[in-house]
Design a protein around this ligand. Structure first.
Ligand SMILES: Nc1nc2c(ncn2[C@@H]2O[C@H](COP(=O)(O)OP(=O)(O)OP(=O)(O)O)[C@@H](O)[C@H]2O)c(=O)[nH]1
Ligand SMILES: C=C(OP(=O)(O)O)C(=O)O
Length: 205
């Protein structure tokens, strides 16, 4: 039987070193990366098909902020290896929530609406095999999900093609706020047009 809910695995690079391509924005980079991740976490927690958000970060102070919005937080299981950490995260999801599907979600989605995430999860949970959601540009990935047996995330440069080559099926549909990851200033302007989450909006005002 297909699972009816997902546990989101949210990897967050320590905000002080994340989002290196946003240095031109006149706001402290740490605060911006932190606001992106907290807005992403809050939207994910509000999606009906999400049972829990398991955040992975090596920033111990920021871990408390993620816990404050309702995440369960663990340190990176594997140092400097995003995909390795996500695989360990999926194993932890199986231990804690055996009936849920693990879904890795990037933490740089400050415009994310729960409705878009939930619509994508409806597709993901209805499939037996792995799925991914490509970013707006179509080259990167914002979400990857599979059962633990099949869980083989390939985040990194060109990850949309890598996930497809690995046998994952793309999730169709507009899903504008889910696909809009923010790596640079033009992407932040596009996210602002979609509507930013509360923490990012407050910071940029
Ligand atoms: N926990 C953890 N998260 C990571 C790691 N590497 C990347 N991430 C997260 O994975 C997601 C996608 O990464 P990128 O878009 O490359 O983010 P970034 O490294 O902050 O951005 P750049 O500095 O522009 O490369 C973001 O949510 C990052 O915070 C890692 O080693 N550990
Ligand atoms: C890690 C990824 O994010 P970005 O392309 O935003 O660095 C990815 O798309 O796989």
């Amino acid at each position: 039987m297909s699972p009816s809910s997902a546990v989101v695995i949210l990897p967050v690079k320590p905000p002080a070193v994340g989002k290196s391509r946003l240095v031109s924005i006149p706001v402290a980079r740490r605060e911006l990366a932190a606001a992106f991740a907290l807005d992403t976490a809050a939207a994910a927690l509000a999606a009906p098909r999400v049972t829990a958000v398991l955040a992975l970060t090596d920033d111990h102070l920021f871990a408390d902020e993620l816990a404050g919005v309702g995440c369960i937080v663990l340190p990176d299981p594997v140092d400097g290896d995003l995909n390795g950490s996500l695989r360990q995260g999926a194993a932890e999801v199986r231990r804690r929530w055996p009936d849920a599907r693990p879904a890795a979600l990037c933490a740089d989605l400050p415009a994310l609406l729960p409705e878009d995430l939930d619509a994508a999860l409806a597709v993901v949970l209805g499939r037996p095999g792995p799925s991914f959601v490509a970013d707006t540009e179509g080259t990167g990935t914002v979400l990857y999900s599979a059962s633990l047996e099949d869980f083989d995330p390939r985040f990194g440069t060109g990850s949309a093609d890598a996930h497809a080559l690995g046998g994952a099926d793309a999730v169709p549909g507009d899903l504008p706020t889910l696909r809009r990851d923010v790596d640079d200033a033009p992407a932040l302007a596009a996210a602002t047009r979609l509507g930013l989450g509360a923490r990012t909006r407050a910071l940029l005002h």
